[in-house]
Design a binder for this molecule. Sequence first.
Ligand code: C2O
Length: 514
Amino acid sequence: PTTRYYEWNISQQTIAPDGLERPMLLVNGMFPGPLVEANTGDQIVVKVTNSMVNGTTIHWHGMYQNGTNWMDGTMGVTQCAIPPGQSFTYNYTVANQWGTYWWHAHAASQYIDGIVGPLIIHSPDEPYLDQYDEDIIMMVSDYYHTDSGALVAWYLSADSQGTEPVPDNGLINGLNTFNCSGDANALFPTGFKCSDGAPLASFDFKAGLTYRVRIINSGSFADFQFSIDDHMLTVIEADGIDMQPVAVQRLPIHVAQRYSVLVHANQTVGNYYVRATMNTNCFNTPNPALNPNVQGVIHYEGAPVTQDFNSTDWTTSSWSAICIDLALDMLHPYAAQAAPTPDVSYEINFAFETINQAGINLAYVNNTSWSPLMTDATLFQAQRGVTLFDASQLIVTLNSTNVVELILNNYDEGSHPFHFHGHTFSVLGWGGGSYIPGKTVLELDNPLRRDTITIPSFGWTVVRFVNDNPGLWTLHCHIDWHMEAGLLMQFESLPEQIKKFQIPSELTAMCGAK
Ligand code: C2O
């Protein structure tokens, strides 16, 4: 094992990902931010210097952080924000996991403004290593031209009537074109330039080779249908768990999910479109100026560099975008594991409500709407044995190592991608309406395991996980607008072990520093 050391400086900079200049929040001036890459067993050390005007934290999405919960980077939960002008060094060891992950700011809505990047873990134990020649990362995301803080304020206010801000564009690896004159309503930052014809993300293929394409939805709201013209995608990984291979033409991917697919460069030398199409029918309100068809380019070596594409869109054949994940019976982990038998079961119900007097739109998980604690992280309180009864914190304490079942009930018309920190869960089933135990047959033999699952509109999802990782772990909707509205709860796992944590004093010292 080795140490992977990175130094990051986060600052506001003006760039033009799709041709329109706007101020963004960037790590080392890059968008997407730098790749973090390691082998299982390595230590990852990232010194983060905050050169912005607001406090920040970085979360390593999907890392188990077993024994290092305080490195999870969740503002108000496992740490207080790194104040402007200060640095903090994240330091953790990657054990027992590999695959495709990502990192992002976990403070307010900052990741929407650019603080995101890929995190890839390799292992000699990966089952498909000899089946591909090269690795390609494709980060797919929705994209807003307006600063996220202004959009959050609008979303939570009476003006939005509870409808989420609708993206202005979408990006692949931080690139796309935008029609500068097409959007009469656009809230262009005044004084910023816009140019048509900005380049698309382009990927080089050599005929005959096989590529492992790692698709990451690093957006904040939209789920996508992903496809590559004329090329089949063989899914081999979901959220860091190797899957039995399954070939598809198109892949739905919701916010924060990842897939690896094998793509054979077996077509005529030429140029082919990569398509990431936003499921706009999952939006409450359309944005007429939005082009939901985000494109990238596969360029075969030897093909002319032209605007000529003789490729065919798979997505023109019938395909109903239904705002849910691939069917559960399509994805089975490569390393088969039966669903664990639950010792306890909890019902988690969530919904949105407008507080009429103030006109504020908030989300509730079991009647609690989360907001981050700004003075002292919940973890530090848990370590002192303080049980928080703060009205903004829903914390379920799990005292013993056992198997926990969650019945997640969605009382909202939208579908919601829920992420659980520090774990993968087994996904036993989902459906519409209410879950009636015994009525729906759950997938028990070798269910899908992943860290982010979509809970269907007015529906339910049943998951189970092993409670063996001490710490405070959030379970939340990864639609960033919804997290800002409070769609987050916490599990306090193994409190007796939390009390024994040796939390670095630099971390606790940041509390109250603001
Ligand atoms: Cu991608 Cu709470 O995280």
